[in-house]
Design a protein around this ligand. Structure first.
Ligand code: NAD
Ligand code: AKB
Length: 315
């Protein structure tokens, strides 16, 4: 019987992934944890515990208590927040990963999921249709921690046989919770501000193209990767995930199909430099070939889903 521990379940991904895993494997088999409270849905529909991923003994005791078989480690400090306090972010992003990888070996955990990011790429990476294997010279502390994390995941797989799997997510767009302090957060904020106030001040320039993905696709990819037979998972660092690429101007124009008077102004801040160092589009050919990945949501379909869900949520 599968028993899954999710660490960082109160965040943007956890708020969607937890429900999806509970639907698939049974509510009582998915143990959601975080240092902060989660959405009502996550806290009420199955086990929820407060857990600090830096507390190795705490993780071990939850593993024993629930007889955990698989771990999804989602806790991290994202790109924007990490730049404000680099060493603190490095410590959390790296120590938490070591805690999870080491405990996974100690407790004979069957599978571990750890997300990387397109932030692992840098300005010397080919920016268009970025290939799976390419130059990776990230210039943010977040990106450096993701790149190092990828190397460690592969190392634990090769050296200790730990079945650890990973995806390089692009910017994720969802409506259940706010985005967690990253550079792509504008693409979530713009929907809330458009619906609530009819205007938005964007912290990236109007023509900054970045790879993005609707959360339903990201959750689907995560579960597909974790359910794939081990011999199909050829990449043990992290798989590229492409999704859709658009600029702030393009998403604003799409939202105007629903909110014609939306006003958007542009005031780039420190996150512009981060965005400029990331790819414009990403090739996920390896994921397609190895475990049959294909995304479903394009910009119009994602925009429609976001507008409908946020309008309903804010009623
Ligand atoms: P998020 O910031 O929304 O959520 C992270 C969660 O981790 C938060 O609920 C936070 O309370 C929790 N957390 C922080 N420190 C903790 C600690 N010490 N112990 C336990 N929990 C702690 O982030 P997210 O968007 O859900 O991202 C999850 C993972 O996916 C991260 O590794 C992130 O780098 C990666 N990722 C996210 C995106 C995206 O666009 N959301 C894109 C690429 C990669
Ligand atoms: C961020 O902007 O930091 C994240 C990411 C792409 O990793 N959304």
């Amino acid at each position: 019987m599968k028993k899954i521990l999710i660490i960082g379940a109160s965040g943007q991904i956890g708020s969607d992934l937890t429900g999806e895993l509970r639907g698939k494997f049974g509510s009582q088999n998915i143990i959601a944890t975080d240092i902060k409270k989660a959405t009502h849905e996550v806290m009420e529909n199955g086990p929820f515990e407060i857990l600090d991923v830096m507390d190795k003994k705490g993780i071990a005791s939850i593993i024993d208590k629930y007889k955990i078989t698989d771990i999804y480690h989602l806790a991290a400090i994202l790109s924007g927040n990490a730049e404000k306090n680099p060493k603190w972010a490095w410590n959390i992003n790296m120590e938490s990963l070591f805690n999870v990888l080491d405990i996974a070996i100690e407790k004979k955990i069957e599978k571990v999921f750890w997300p990387s990011s397109m932030g692992a790429f840098g300005s010397t990476t080919p920016a268009i249709n970025t290939p799976q294997l390419t130059i990776m010279e990230p210039s943010t502390v977040y990106g450096i921690s993701k790149q190092a994390g990828e190397r460690w995941c592969e190392y634990y797989f090769k050296k200790y046989g730990l079945d650890v799997r990973s995806l390089r997510y692009p910017g994720l767009i969802s409506w259940k919770t706010e985005a967690g302090g990253g550079t792509t957060d504008y693409a979530v904020e713009i929907f809330y501000e458009a619906i609530k106030n009819g205007k938005y001040e964007c912290f990236l320039s109007d023509n900054t193209s970045l790879p993005m993905m609707y959360m339903a696709d990201a959750v689907k990819a995560t579960i597909m990767l974790m359910e794939a037979p081990a011999d199909k998972v050829k990449v043990r660092s992290s798989y590229n995930l492409g999704g859709i690429s658009f600029t702030p101007k393009e998403i604003a124009d799409e939202i105007r199909k629903y909110i014609p008077n939306l006003l958007v102004s542009y005031k780039p801040d420190f996150r512009q430099v981060i965005a400029d160092s990331w790819p414009r589009s990403i090739s996920d050919e390896a994921a397609q070939k190895d475990w049959g990945w294909k995304h479903e949501y394009d910009l119009p379909k994602m925009t429609k889903a976001m507008i409908e869900n946020i309008r309903e949520k804010l009623q």
